[in-house]
Design a protein around this ligand. Structure first.
Ligand SMILES: Nc1nc2c(c(=O)[nH]1)N[C@H]1C(S)=C(S)[C@@H](COP(=O)(O)OP(=O)(O)OC[C@H]3O[C@@H](n4cnc5c(=O)[nH]c(N)nc54)[C@H](O)[C@@H]3O)O[C@H]1N2
Ligand SMILES: Nc1nc2c(c(=O)[nH]1)N[C@H]1C(S)=C(S)[C@@H](COP(=O)(O)OP(=O)(O)OC[C@H]3O[C@@H](n4cnc5c(=O)[nH]c(N)nc54)[C@H](O)[C@@H]3O)O[C@H]1N2
Ligand SMILES: [Mo]
Length: 763
């Protein structure tokens, strides 16, 4: 059982900062060196090289890093992975083990005082483990007893809606499909997932405007684009293989515009790791125009661009794509007339840019027809995040820059199968048609009430209305906002269950009782009754393909995720028509059921075996917008941020370092930002520092302010950095304690973890 002595937050201890020069270009030899150093220390060099050779190859496994797609046909000779993919694989293939002896030696309370880096480095969990009520040490439990305990707790709830079933986005299509089927047969739609904290705002905005919650472009479109705009995204760290696509755009004569509060190195210059001849030298310039926008200044910036486009259109009649607008869209008049409600003079200060820079950006947009807009968390994690994305769509619609080669929307997904999990039905708001087809195939009555998303799940547990929490992967306590509030919520549960590969803080912040169910990772062989299995995943561009593990399982006590779901379902469900006992003997059986219930998966078992897999249907890509509520692509009316900062307040965004994968901390360096061996830092504008009388590396406390409430995070070092005035940046998860649970995006309910209002307090 978890109490206040068990620390929900990483320790406040500083680790010995070193500042380094910010590199001028990304990737190159340093990246390769860093990747190999991680691989050899975690896995050993020989096995490591063998592993790396399999990442993202046709017969290999899908990189457990990001969801950026692989080339359709030709795969790079050297390898289709990046520095951070190699690190992700090394983390999973680590030699270190968390065994029953480890848990006997280290109490939950003790482990909670470790940093997330130390917790993660402990290694792979080898046995199912149980934390009894009142105990401070996990002990070994058999799979059978673990499943029975879950079944008993679930069946003793007053209603199925008192159980919460979280998913992180690495789960395979096969596991995700079974999981949601089990949960719905149990009787609830409480299926929150990491997407709620990630691209939910994109899904909401794109479904409303274009009739599909996914992006429209393919990798090949980057070879044909005239202009690629990268907004609120740091691909050099989080999607390094995207830099190759951007470099292709440049080679084909296209231009790149970057909109970001930080001059992220990866977007400026790039040395192709797959071309050793180019490792030396300055690298290729990527960004042609950099707009260093203020945090959350994007709608204001886009409005100015749209107003300037409108003015030019009135003058020349040549800016808008009239035919596209007439045939494919609705709502133009209302959208255009709303633009008149804003004055450029009032909007400009919200952006932190000069009007000249914005005019230059507008000219680039006017001059080019084939435009791709890419974005990630810099746009989705704000109160008005949905407006951010709808405004992007407005721009593309005016230009007719969607549903044609070299143009369209590109929300760059995070977890490697987060998009696939949604396609499989991991969603708290399922469409009636989807439930109808589940009911028909499996003869049961599916729950129709929407379930909890991440934020409402936390609130429900806090109110003791959620009593059993099951996490299919992920690290709920460290990924969610308002750490102390969420910890109290989890502590209220009767039982918390984590299905995991590696030790993390969510194993320490538990309900009255807790279970850890260790599972196979993606790099490992998955043996079932009918032989070795593969799983399948969907990447950021809607390609479904297979992934084959190559390593022996790190422990013989592990089960695959599908097998764990089936094990829980078998003991929990009384009248299920699903053959839970046999369905995981051969994953083809699961894929047959997916084909029977989800559109786009015809001949799944055959097509998934073809090299490179297959594309799912995508109406926006096909220039068809009939699935929207109006039957056309919708222009929308959006609002700039209404947040007003006081003089001494700052806007804070929580971002990733170069050495972490979400809550998994690979190392303590943020090489591309020149910060080494420390995570408790706050990036500030030097003028703001002067005004606040703060010195470089001064130790401060950060206090967030929301609806009269204050939250504090202690002991951060101030780093002077190129960031707009009144903007600051910290790393997640250290700063999550400052993100108020109620501060979330309108419509999508994504925690506003990039618009946190703080003051900086000298210690
Ligand atoms: N190595 C590695 N790869 C990863 C991950 C990882 O942690 N490590 N995480 C994966 C996941 S789940 C995801 S979702 C993605 C995340 O990928 P990103 O979205 O690139 O991740 P963040 O670090 O949150 O970076 C957000 C970027 O947006 C900018 N930004 C912040 N606020 C604003 C704003 O208001 N306006 C604009 N224009 N820009 C803003 C920040 O300066 C930063 O460059 O990466 C995935 N890939
Ligand atoms: N403040 C702030 N908070 C954020 C964000 C932010 O930018 N700022 N970003 C948000 C975003 S975009 C996301 S996606 C979420 C991420 O939220 P999560 O997906 O919940 O977190 P991760 O850190 O990716 O999860 C890591 C854990 O997953 C487990 N794991 C790894 N591989 C496997 C596997 O193959 N199977 C199973 N079962 N488990 C596995 C390991 O035990 C590991 O400890 O965090 C969100 N939180
Ligand atoms: Mo994400």
């Amino acid at each position: 059982m978890s109490d206040k002595n068990i620390k929900a937050q990483p320790p406040e201890k500083l680790t010995g900062i070193k500042l380094a020069k910010i590199p001028k270009s990304a990737v190159g030899t340093k990246a390769i060196k860093s990747a190999l150093a991680h691989v050899s220390s975690e896995v050993g060099m020989g096995k490591g090289i063998e592993l790396l050779a399999k990442i993202n190859q046709m017969d290999g496994f899908d990189c457990p890093g990001c969801a950026w797609p692989d080339p359709d046909a030709k795969r790079a000779f050297l390898a289709e992975y990046c520095e951070n993919g190699a690190k992700a694989v090394a983390e999973e293939a680590t030699k270190n083990r968390v065994s029953p002896m480890f848990f006997a030696t280290h109490s939950v309370q003790e482990m909670s005082t470790w940093s997330d880096y130390e917790i993660g480095k402990s290694g792979r969990i080898t046995h199912p483990m149980y934390l009894k009520e009142g105990s401070d040490n996990y002990e070994e439990i058999s799979w059978k007893n673990a499943f029975n305990l879950i079944g008993k707790e679930l069946n003793s709830l007053n209603s199925p809606d008192e159980a919460i079933f979280y998913t992180s986005g690495r789960t395979s299509n096969e596991a995700a499909f079974l999981y949601q089927l089990f949960v719905r047969q149990f009787g609830t739609n409480n299926l929150p997932d990491c997407s709620n904290m990630c691209h939910e705002s994109s899904g909401v905005a794109l479904s409303e405007t274009l009739g599909i919650g996914k992006g429209s472009v393919t990798l090949d479109d980057f070879n044909h684009a005239d202009l690629v705009i990268v907004m609120g995204q740091n691909p050099g760290t989080n999607h390094p293989r995207m830099l190759t696509a951007l470099s292709e755009t440049k080679k084909h004569g296209g231009k790149i515009m970057t909109i970001n509060p930080l001059p992220e190195v990866g977007l400026m210059r790039y040395n192709d790791p797959q071309n050793p001849l180019k490792w030396i030298g300055k690298g290729q310039q990527l960004t042609d125009l950099f707009l260093q926008v203020k945090i959350n200044g994007d709608v204001a910036l886009l409005k100015i661009i749209l107003k300037l486009m409108k003015a030019k259109e009135e003058e020349t009649g040549k800016v808008f794509n009239h035919q596209f607008i007439k045939e494919k869209t609705q709502g133009l008049e209302e959208f255009l007339s709303d633009l008149d409600n804003y004055s450029i003079e009032e909007l400009v200060p919200q952006t932190g840019l000069s009007l000249t820079q914005i005019e230059e950006a507008t000219q680039l947009i006017i001059n080019n027809d084939k435009i791709i807009i890419c974005w990630a968390m810099g746009l989705t994690q704000h109160k008005n995040a949905v407006d951010n994305i709808r405004e992007i769509v407005n721009l593309l619609l005016l230009k007719g820059s969607i549903g044609k080669q070299g143009a369209g929307t590109c929300p760059v997904r995070g977890h490697s199968n987060v998009q696939g999990d949604r396609t499989m039905g991991i969603w708290e708001k399922p469409k009636p048609a989807f439930l109808d087809s589940l009911e028909k195939e499996f003869s049961f009555s599916a729950p129709r009430k929407n379930g909890y998303d991440v934020v409402s799940a936390i609130e429900a547990m806090h109110k003791k209305e959620g009593k059993v929490f099951i996490g299919m992967g992920g690290n709920f306590i460290s990924a969610t906002p308002d750490t102390e509030f969420t910890a109290d919520a989890l502590r209220n549960c009767n039982l918390t269950v984590q299905i995991s590969t590696k030790l993390n803080r969510s194993h320490l912040i538990t309900g009255k009782q807790a279970l850890i169910l260790p599972c196979l990772g993606r790099s490992e062989k998955d043996e079932q009754k009918s032989g070795e299995q593969f799983i399948s995943v969907e990447n950021s561009m809607g390609v479904v393909h297979q992934s084959n593990g190559h390593l022996d399982a790190c422990s013989k006590h592990l089960l695959s995720e599908p097998k764990i779901v089936a094990g829980i379902a078998k003991v929990t469900l009384k009248n299920s028509k699903v053959e839970w006992k046999n369905i995981t003997d051969n994953y083809d059986l699961i894929r047959d059921k997916i084909e029977a219930t989800i559109p786009g998966f015809d001949n799944y078992n055959k097509r998934v075996r073809e090299d490179g897999g297959f594309y799912l249907p995508n109406n926006a890509r096909e220039n068809n917008f009939t699935p929207t509520s109006t039957g056309k692509a919708n222009f929308t009316v959006n609002k700039p941020s209404d947040i007003q900062l006081k003089d001494n307040q700052f806007m804070m965004m929580t971002i990733r370092t170069h050495d972490q994968y979400n809550t998994t901390i690979y190392g303590l360096d943020d090489r591309y930002r020149g910060v080494l061996n420390e995570r408790r830092v706050v990036f500030m504008n030097p003028d703001d520092m002067k005004q606040q009388q703060l010195q470089k590396l001064e130790k401060v406390n950060l206090i967030s302010h929301f609806q009269g409430e204050q939250r504090i995070a202690k002991g951060f070092l101030v780093i002077p950095y190129s960031i707009p005035k009144q903007c600051t940046a910290t790393y997640f998860p250290e700063a999550n304690v400052l993100v108020p649970i109620k501060s979330k995006a309108k419509l999508s309910h994504t925690p506003a973890s990039k618009t946190v209002i703080i003051t900086v307090e000298k210690i």
